[in-house]
Design a protein around this ligand. Structure first.
Ligand code: F3S
Length: 282
């Protein structure tokens, strides 16, 4: 059987940096290490960190916890939360991905100039909530054109648009086109991360040339969910697994070629395990 593993499968630059930061801080062993929420959307990694004494905590717990090091994850946080953590008496290590930080800066500058800012992304996603928190009452988050229309924004001034880093590139363009067609004057910052784009394009290419496609990632990871969506459009036989244990071997029995990709928060060893077993069993 032909097996094609996507080169872009697995940790992106920002996640790798954040995960390494946590391991480095835990290794020092001189302070308790907390992460503000799970460092990435991957149960396996979070469990492994817990074994090394790293605790995922909530912002509201910070005051009652023994002083230690608080790591801000790659998704980033709002300005208020950032300041709150800074003033909490804990040591702060900011592992916000630089690409997310760039969006914080755009939103902060543009809203500071009095502009209306619209973030195209899932309003409930921590990254988007964090980005929104660098703006003001004229900063909004929408994930489709209907939500945008419901905002009932005035057309008398320019609207600044940014994107959640993991937003689907095609959908982003479609939403912008529709907003422009409604008569809005838009200034658009395409802040979709290249890592996501590259992973999506490669997954699409591979999925369109194989009989079965395996997407590895955590069920809660939004970028993995999007990869599944893209692969399913190209290959009906697309399976979504979290670890090797979820793999249904029967589904691969009658195929000649398999593609493998993985979301940005999937550790290398899980990808390798899946790849090795598929190569050796079939
Ligand atoms: Fe950063 Fe892009 Fe990853 S924004 S966290 S490098 S997907």
């Amino acid at each position: 059987m032909k097996v094609k593993l996507a080169k872009s499968a697995g940790f992106c630059f920002g996640v790798e940096k954040a995960v390494n930061t946590v391991y480095e801080e835990a290794k020092k062993g001189d302070e308790i290490v907390y992460t503000l929420g799970p460092i990435i959307h991957n149960e396996e990694v979070v469990k492994d960190m817990k074994k090394r004494g790293v605790e995922s905590v909530k912002i509201e717990d910070l005051d009652s916890l023994p002083k230690g090091t608080v790591i801000i994850r790659s998704h980033g946080v709002s300005r208020d939360i950032y300041n709150f953590v800074k003033q909490s008496g804990h040591r702060v290590v900011d592992a916000t991905c630089p690409f997310v930080k760039k969006i914080h800066a755009i939103v902060s500058v543009q809203s500071g100039k009095g502009n209306t800012v619209v973030i195209i992304g899932n309003p409930e996603h921590p990254e988007v909530m964090g980005i929104k928190g660098w703006g003001d009452e004229n900063t909004y988050a929408v994930e489709n054109i209907e939500q945008f229309i419901n905002l009932k924004l005035k057309k008398d001034k320019e609207i600044i648009i940014v994107a959640q880093t993991t937003f689907n590139h095609k959908k982003f363009k479609e939403i912008i086109d529709k907003i422009s067609l409604l008569g809005y004057d838009v200034r658009c910052f395409n802040t979709i991360c290249n890592a996501t784009q590259e992973r999506q394009v490669e997954a699409k290419n591979i999925a369109s040339n194989v009989d079965a496609m395996i997407v590895i990632g955590d069920k809660k990871s939004s970028n993995t969910g999007k990869l599944v969506e893209i692969c399913q459009e190209e290959c009906r036989n697309t399976v979504f697994i979290q670890t090797l244990e979820d793999l249904d071997y029967d589904a691969l029995l009658s195929v000649d070629s398999v593609g493998i990709t993985a979301g940005a928060s999937t550790p290398k060893h899980i990808i390798e395990e899946v790849q090795n077993i598929v190569r050796s069993k079939f």
